[in-house]
Design a binder for this molecule. Structure first.
Ligand SMILES: [Ca+2]
Length: 202
């Protein structure tokens, strides 16, 4: 009598499914072979299969020393078991494989003083002082200070300073705000004035 025993070699999980292993029956079910799923590499002892191990795509490289991950150049790669994830840096939008700068100024996501304007940068933005204002740096703080003397007819960027004093009626600069006040005689501090040549007018 011939007794045929059918043994499922894969039944007791010899390739450790939980660790990325896959078992394949061979030779008509007489033997088996272990392979590793994508994202895992085979650890062997000589020709013997030991286990599958997660590939760290974020730090490991291929034979040409190229990264195994495909994250965007600026993205942060995070290794996961069997795969990896990518995340765009702050100031960029995208899925991590493609990261695009978004225009902070256009999106209205910026804080600039009323004396300055938003200028978009890759991943961030900066504030540029408006025409007629100068950058003033005090420690780490940057403010825009109005240029104090704007003569009639002076060009400030694309604006010609021309106006007529509503007090004296003469041609002077536009009304100039002096952010920190301008001390004049009699302990008076001017906050607004007109400039005409060397004469100040309230
Ligand atoms: Ca991985």
């Amino acid at each position: 009598m011939c007794l045929l025993l059918a043994i499922d070699w894969c039944a007791n999980d010899p390739c450790q499914k939980d660790m990325g292993g896959q078992c394949f029956l061979r030779d008509g079910g007489r033997t088996f072979k272990c392979e590793c799923k994508a994202g895992f590499k085979k650890i062997t002892n000589g020709d013997s299969f030991m286990r599958c191990q997660d590939v760290d795509e974020c730090t490991e490289t291929d034979e040409n020393e190229k990264p195994l991950h495909s994250c965007h150049l600026l993205a942060t790669c995070t290794n996961t078991i069997g795969s990896f994830t990518c995340a765009c840096p702050d100031g960029f939008v995208g899925d991590g494989f493609d990261c695009q700068d978004y225009d902070d100024c256009l999106m209205g996501i910026f804080e600039c003083t009323v004396d300055s304007s938003c200028v978009n940068l890759a991943g961030s933005y900066t504030c540029h002082c408006n025409d007629g204002y100068e950058e003033h740096i005090d420690g780490k703080h940057k403010t825009c200070v109005e240029r104090r003397l704007l003569a009639y007819g002076e060009e400030t960027g694309d604006t010609e300073v021309t106006s007529t004093s509503d007090i004296t009626g003469e041609k002077v600069s536009a009304l100039v705000k002096v952010p920190h006040g301008l001390p004049v005689a009699g302990q008076q501090v001017l906050e607004y004035l007109y400039v005409s040549g060397i004469n100040f007018h309230l």
